[in-house]
Design a binder for this molecule. Structure first.
Ligand SMILES: Nc1ncnc2c1ncn2[C@@H]1O[C@H](COP(=O)(O)OP(=O)(O)O)[C@@H](O)[C@H]1O
Ligand SMILES: Nc1ccn([C@@H]2O[C@H](COP(=O)(O)O)[C@@H](O)[C@H]2O)c(=O)n1
Length: 204
């Protein structure tokens, strides 16, 4: 089976997951999704108060080597047990997700195109763009509702790590993408990428 990997990067709150999940839902039998966020490092020995202060927007916070290993296995037609990240605990949970190999693998994450080896594995590189003010507003709502955060913590983290790392590591990867799309809800961009996937599936 020939396997294609499509990388979906972009800043926090840009709409990466929205776009990725729409594609997954359009091809439920042929697409598997690997989220880079699930490869944030295990921090069992780090006290919770210290875990809160970690720079999670720096490439060193992610175990990218393990994600590369898993993508290589999926490409060879082997299933993987992917870690599951718990944002409220700032740590990996005890669970894993079993991912069966599929013809199309979607890989998603803010720093997905920042690592040269990981980037080189992508057959198509997509960057989802959105204005910084919209991204932070979406992040505030999401982090309060879904990631167990409070407003003071979100603002402090944004100013100390999220924003500076975005301009240092995430935004520069925009120029490395094959396709830059304006929002994860852009229907024209969605239809174009969907057609490309359909073409790949028909050729296989
Ligand atoms: N174009 C948009 N307009 C309004 N809300 C959006 C848009 N794109 C995403 N959202 C919402 O913003 C939040 C973050 O989007 P998400 O796709 O999870 O971003 P990312 O994965 O890039 O961090 C989600 O609640 C999502 O529903
Ligand atoms: N313990 C953690 C781990 C990560 N984050 C933040 O997640 C963001 C990436 O996820 P998106 O869905 O927003 O792309 C990243 O900006 C990290 O700051 C966190 O807050 N806590």
């Amino acid at each position: 089976m020939s396997v294609m990997i499509i990388g979906i990067a972009g800043g926090t709150g840009s709409g990466k997951s929205t776009f990725t999940n729409r594609l997954r839902d359009a091809f439920p039998n042929d697409v598997a999704v690997v989220y880079h966020d699930n490869y944030y490092r295990r921090q069992d020995d780090v006290p919770f108060e210290e875990r809160k202060k970690v720079n999670y927007d720096h490439p060193a916070s992610l175990e990218t080597d393990l994600m590369i290993k898993h993508l290589k296995m999926l490409k060879k037609g082997q299933a993987v047990d992917c870690p599951v990240y718990d944002y409220s605990a700032h740590n990996r949970s005890q669970e894993t997700i079993h991912i069966e190999p599929k013809k199309i693998i979607l890989a998603e994450g803010i720093l997905l195109l920042a690592d040269p080896l990981l980037r080189s594995m992508m057959d198509i590189k997509i960057y989802v763009e959105a204005d910084a003010d919209e991204r932070i507003l979406r992040r505030i709502v999401r982090d309060v509702k879904e990631r167990g955060r409070d407003l003071d913590n979100i603002v402090d983290q944004y100013l100390t790590t999220v924003k500076p790392m975005h301009y240092l590591y995430v935004e520069p990867t925009r120029a490395l993408a094959d396709v830059v799309i304006n929002s994860g809800m852009n229907n024209v961009a969605f239809d174009i990428v969907k057609s490309k996937i359909q073409l790949m599936l028909d050729e296989n």
